[in-house]
Design a protein around this ligand. Structure first.
Ligand code: SF4
Length: 227
C-alpha cells in the first residue's frame, strides 16, 4: 500500500503532476471535425469504446451533414448505420431528437450552456461537459467517466460512488486549470496501467502514493472489495 499525501488537495496535485509527466500528449480520443460531430460522437460513446465509435462515425459523418439530416433521417435507417454500437436503437433516437431540438430551438447550432445541452435528448452532465470543453472552450466541471470514477476512488481522492458527487468533490481538489486535463490523464492511465480488472501496480507511477496498491493493500478502494 502506498502512502497518500497528507491532504486530498496535495494528493490530487501530486497525481496530476505525475500523470502529466507520464502522458504529456493526453487528450480526447474521439474523432470529430465540428461541434455537432463531437456531440454525436459523445452520445455514441456511452458504454462503448472510443475506438468503436471512431470506426462507425467515419462513414456516418460522410453520410449525414448537419442537424437537419439527422433530424429527418428515418429511425430504422439511422439505427442501421449504427448497429455495431451498444444501444444503437436508443442512441439513434437520442440523436434524431437532439438534432430536432437543435434545428427548432437553436438555429441549427449546438448550444453552449450546461442547461441547454442537458435539455437535449441523451445528454447528461458528462456529455455536456465534454461538448462544452472541447466544442466551446468552456470548462464548467470535470468529466467523470468510468476511468475517473475508478481511479479517484482507488487513489483516495473520494469515497463517493456516483459520478455527480464525485465531480463535486474533485472540483474542490483539482486546480481549476486542470479540470479538463484531469479526465484525459485518468483515462490514459486507466487504459494503460490502472485497468478495471487487473491493474499493473508494479509498473505504476503512482504506486508509492496509492492506498489501493496491490503489493500491500488487500482492498481495491474502487470497489471496496478485496483484490
Ligand atoms: S495501478 Fe495500482 S498503484 Fe497504480 S493507481 Fe492503480 S491501483 Fe493504484
Amino acid at each position: 500500500m502506498g502512502t497518500p499525501r497528507e491532504s486530498r488537495t496535495n494528493q490530487a496535485a501530486e497525481v496530476v503532476d505525475r500523470l502529466e509527466e507520464a502522458y504529456p500528449d493526453s487528450t480526447i480520443s474521439l474523432r470529430y471535425s465540428n461541434r455537432l460531430e463531437l456531440l454525436i460522437a459523445v452520445i455514441l460513446s456511452a458504454q462503448c469504446t472510443d475506438e468503436r465509435v471512431n470506426t462507425e462515425t467515419e462513414h456516418l459523418f460522410e453520410t449525414y451533414d448537419g442537424p437537419e439530416d439527422y433530424a429527418n433521417a428515418p429511425q430504422n435507417e439511422l439505427a442501421e448505420e449504427l448497429n455495431s454500437i451498444t444501444y444503437y436503437n436508443n442512441k439513434a433516437k437520442y440523436i434524431r431528437s437532439a438534432c430536432q431540438t437543435i434545428v427548432e430551438e437553436h438555429d441549427g447550432e449546438v448550444p453552449d450552456t450546461m442547461d441547454e445541452l442537458t435539455d437535449l435528448s441523451g445528454v447528461g452532465r458528462k456529455t455536456a461537459n465534454v461538448v462544452l470543453q472541447h466544442g466551446h472552450d468552456v470548462v464548467e466541471g470535470i468529466v467523470v467517466d468510468t476511468h475517473v470514477q475508478r481511479l479517484s476512488r482507488r487513489l483516495g481522492l473520494t469515497e463517493e460512488e456516483y459520478p455527480e458527487p464525485i465531480e463535486q468533490e474533485l472540483m474542490e481538489l483539482v486546480p481549476e486549470g486542470y479540470w479538463q486535463q484531469f479526465t484525459h490523464l485518468c483515462i490514459d492511465h486507466g487504459r494503460a496501467t490502472c485497468t478495471a480488472r487487473n491493474p499493473d501496480c508494479d509498473d505504476c507511477v503512482l504506486a508509492d502514493i496509492c492506498p489501493s496498491e496491490k503489493g500491500d493493500s488487500e482492498i481495491d478502494l474502487a470497489s471496496g472489495e478485496p483484490w
